[in-house]
Design a protein around this ligand. Structure first.
Ligand SMILES: [Zn+2]
Ligand SMILES: [Zn+2]
Ligand SMILES: [Zn+2]
Length: 288
């Protein structure tokens, strides 16, 4: 006659669980009811013994309540290893995707980084500037001027149109030198993206990105231009043609602190590299 090695019914007494069925379940598992909430769940006997269980239905309800209250939709645990509680979510109001700490979701203490960056980019472009990175502190951003030089300005001053180029105005020394238009593939674990930009010194520029640990970088295109003005024009054409392939900056800020605005999806690699090569070809008279 079949005899239970252990008395599974007795074993779970006082644990908040009630054993419903053990015969027709996978080996090692029993079907239990949580006495508190009434949810049923398959749990391993060994976990019941160790007290290592929780109601998954209640846990998921709680999570989905947090997301609903915060006005977001859960996407994935993409940034899990940076901080266990970082979730990739879609902000329902604007549709942008962003990595947000679970605690910030709980207290609704977050705002859309992509919308904010878009607003700053718009304010800059009204005055012919382009935002290229974070500035020396939170009041500043690094801007690229129409002359191709880059400088930190206070956002409020840019909004009011109060700025000028220190290099062109001779208050700072600088010579218009050659510049490189580049395309990089940056990969971290199973997330890979395309980064396009220009710089006199690509290595230095990559350091300014302040990528999080564990990224590998591959240079796939590198074109030398004689001066910044030409390369700036080509780069801006590429960016406007590629805009539909770009990642929300709210995602990219989880990976890099600078250069997070002009990152493109790896799925659109063929389109992006074709546009890059086409614009370079159109500008070949300027290239050495
Ligand atoms: Zn439950
Ligand atoms: Zn947004
Ligand atoms: Zn200048």
């Amino acid at each position: 006659m079949y005899r239970l090695k252990r008395d599974y019914f007795k074993e779970c007494e006082g644990s908040g669980l009630r054993l419903v069925d053990y015969k027709s379940q996978p080996a090692g598992y029993g079907l239990y009811t949580f006495e508190g909430c009434g949810h049923e769940q398959l749990i391993q006997y060994v976990h019941v013994r160790e007290g290592a269980f929780r109601c998954i239905s209640c846990y998921e309800n709680e999570r989905s309540e947090i997301y609903t209250r915060a006005g977001v939709k859960f996407v994935s645990d993409l940034c899990e290893d940076r901080d266990k509680n970082y979730k990739l979510v879609e902000i329902v109001a604007c549709g942008h995707t962003q990595a947000i700490a679970l605690n910030a979701l709980k207290s609704s203490e977050f705002s859309c980084v992509t919308c904010k960056n878009n607003r700053w980019a718009e304010e800059a472009s009204m005055h012919g500037l382009e935002v290229v990175g974070k500035g020396r502190d939170s009041r500043y951003l690094t801007y690229r001027l129409p002359c191709g030089h880059e400088q930190d300005f206070q956002r409020g001053n840019v909004k009011r149109g109060i700025f000028s180029c220190d290099i062109c105005n001779g208050t700072k020394h600088g010579k218009d030198r050659k510049s490189y238009l580049y395309m990089l593939l940056i990969k971290r674990k199973n997330f890979e993206w395309i980064k396009i930009g220009y710089s006199l010194d690509i290595d230095r520029r990559v350091k300014q990105y302040q990528l999080i640990d564990g990224c590998s970088i591959r240079l796939v295109e590198c074109i030398e231009f004689p001066n910044r003005k030409e390369v700036a024009a080509v780069e801006s054409k590429i960016h406007s043609s590629c805009s539909t392939y770009s990642h929300d900056s709210g995602i990219m800020e989880a990976f890099m602190l600078g250069g997070y605005t002009e990152c493109y999806k790896i799925d659109n690699y063929e389109d992006v590299i074709n546009i890059f090569r086409e614009e370079v070809e159109n500008a070949k008279d300027f290239i050495r």
